[in-house]
Write a new protein. Structure first.
Ligand code: ADP
Ligand code: MG
Length: 251
């Protein structure tokens, strides 16, 4: 079985000359099947850039990213778009739902783009809405849904194609704490019951706590990886986060 995501010694720079920023600095990371990995770090540490590389939304200046053994930069734009649509589920802080479509239609969208049969679409969408406990909202448009419900719809849209890996960038960033907890539990359930590999970017230990392990990034470098199962509680993760990220940078 191919490793879902393999990040090999990537460097990503933005800009040039005096104002150049090294967003990722020789970073390597593997996400194995069934992993639920939180990527943690301060604002500006390179978390989103890393997630975008994993999705092939941008390409590294050095190193490479493989998803299911395929080097993303080697694919043509068209192949990459198809590959992403089939194999990668993307979830963002802003839900990015299409306002004129209902919840069910938003979830159905990737299947429609993939040219699935109508009966398959209906079956998969119903199953997904049920799993996410939003069947009663199926015919509502996004503006009639709460933030938590909108993010459930976005998760449904990300998962409906049964991707090998789900990449989520601060998915609870726009939610209040009870909705955040519900979304975190949902992601954990999906990982436990369906075995979906999940990469979850967050700067909040209370969110990272739901993952199986945490990867800490600082100034574009991976500085630590820790199993969360070994931790007593969220306070322990928060302490580790503080210790790792508040320590002076190595010269
Ligand atoms: P995080 O998600 O951890 O907050 P980012 O990956 O968004 O961090 O950003 C890492 C660094 O790269 C920051 O210094 C940021 O300003 C810079 N950066 C990210 N995207 C761009 C871009 N499109 N153009 C210029 N600089 C960028
Ligand atoms: Mg970010």
């Amino acid at each position: 079985m191919n490793t879902p995501v393999s990040v090999e010694n990537v460097v990503k720079r933005f800009g040039s000359g005096e104002t150049a920023v090294v967003a990722l600095d020789h970073l390597s990371l593997n996400i194995e099947e069934g992993d639920f990995t939180a990527i943690m770090g301060a604002s500006g540490s390179g978390k989103s850039t890393l997630l975008h590389l994993m999705a092939g939304l941008t390409h590294p200046d050095e190193g490479r990213v493989l998803v299911l053994g395929k080097a993303l930069s080697a694919l043509s734009d068209r192949k990459l778009t198809h590959f992403r649509r089939e194999q990668i589920g993307l979830i963002f802080q802003s839900f990015n739902l299409i306002p004129t479509l209902t919840a069910a239609e938003n979830v159905a969208l990737p299947l429609r783009l993939a040219g699935e049969r109508e009966a398959t679409i209906r079956e998969r969408v119903d199953e997904m809405l049920h799993k996410l406990n939003i069947e009663r909202r199926a015919t509502h448009r996004p503006d009639a849904l709460s933030g938590g419900e909108q993010q459930r719809v976005a998760i449904g849209r990300a998962l409906v194609t049964r991707p090998a890996v789900v990449l989520a960038d601060e998915p609870t960033g726009n939610l209040d704490s009870s909705n955040s907890i519900a979304i975190c539990r949902l992601l954990r359930d999906l990982n436990e019951t369906e075995g979906v590999s999940i990469v979850l970017v967050t700067h909040e230990p209370s969110v990272g706590m739901y993952a199986r392990d945490a990867v800490f990034i600082r100034d574009g470098q991976l500085c630590h990886r820790a199993a969360i199962a070994d931790m007593k509680d969220a306070a322990e993760l928060a302490n580790l986060y503080q210790t790792l990220l508040a320590a002076p940078a190595s010269p």
